[in-house]
Design a protein around this ligand. Sequence first.
Ligand SMILES: Cc1ncc(COP(=O)(O)O)c(C=O)c1O
Length: 403
Amino acid sequence: MARSFAQRMNGVHPSAIRDLMSLAADPEIISFGGGFPDPESFPSEAFAEILSEQMASHAKVALQYSASEGLPSLRSHIADLMGIDGIQCAADDVLVLQGAQQGLDLVAKLMIDPGDLIVTENPTFIGALVAFAPYQPRYAVAELDEDGVNTDDLERVLISNPGAKFIYTVPDFQNPTGVTMSLERRRRLLELAQIHDILILEDTPYRTLRYDGSSLPSLKSLDTTGRVIHLGSFSKMLAPALRLGWVIAPAEILRKLALLKLAADTQCSTLNMSVASAFLDEYDLTAHTRRSVQIHKTQRDLALETIQHTFPDTIDFSKPDGGLFIWLTFPKGFDAGKHLAEHAIPEDRVAYVPGAPFYSVLPEPNHARLSYAGKNPDDLVHGLTRLGESFHRAELGLRAIAK
Ligand SMILES: Cc1ncc(COP(=O)(O)O)c(C=O)c1O
């Protein structure tokens, strides 16, 4: 029977990455394709104790429906965490979400009419493009460099696109590039947003995973004109399976997002919110974060060192101060997706994510994203060395293209 689906499904397509990654599911293949935190960093023992305590003493609350905005104790903990990070807010200013991903969906639902313009970094987080797609936006892009979004380029984009709905940015250890926006750029971004009267959607899931240098203020903490919608997440802070994140936004926006949250899923899991809240009550988040940072930093260091020694010098790579990702830039003309499908997976038994799908307007095939997270040292060194050899074999092509 022919179905006539809603028009909004026209822009919703299966991800090319998913198809490629299914080729890499073979356990013989060392895949740098995922973006998962190392499971060794999960607070599983603490969760075991908390869960047993919740079932023994608090089951009547933990297994019941609860407020759509989130468990009051968890909202209060999040407000405290935000306060420590420079964002002054109360528990009532926090809406608990099903991960930051739900924030991307709800903000899009709130703001985007078909054909509306969204400004993204170039490249940007593919999950945001997936979340925005059913709302049928158009995109304008501002280039990224090692200091985050290029604000001169952003200014050009804002001037030529009056009425754009919001700027979507991942200022800390961006997915996919790993780059962090400098303080100067953060200030300029806010200034430009004010001049052009546009909202900023700030997405910060990797913010606590900093390995070098000191934390830079979030856009929300620098925002004096109430134009930043700030998304946070427990996925990399505690564990992705909690599916817990949050949004802090100007009151009018937060109220509307809460209505959409109620319509979408009523509330987040009371049990998961109880576990997160009890963890923050009873355990030392700072010590937990320190341990998680150490685990991922070791992997980042080994990955960068191995890439430095084994990759052709025609390949440029980002050196992230935190987060989970390294971004590769090949000479123009090299197709990282083709190389993955024709050589890296079948011949070298290694995988990465091709960069093209991270572009909202013009795909650039000469990039790839690697994640070092969760790899043991052997797999990191052997996998990246094999990948380096694979790129070396393609290097004749690279050099020919580079000329
Ligand atoms: C930039 C970015 N935003 C949002 C998310 C979604 O995170 P969550 O697990 O909190 O939904 C991710 C996850 O990979 C991400 O990389």
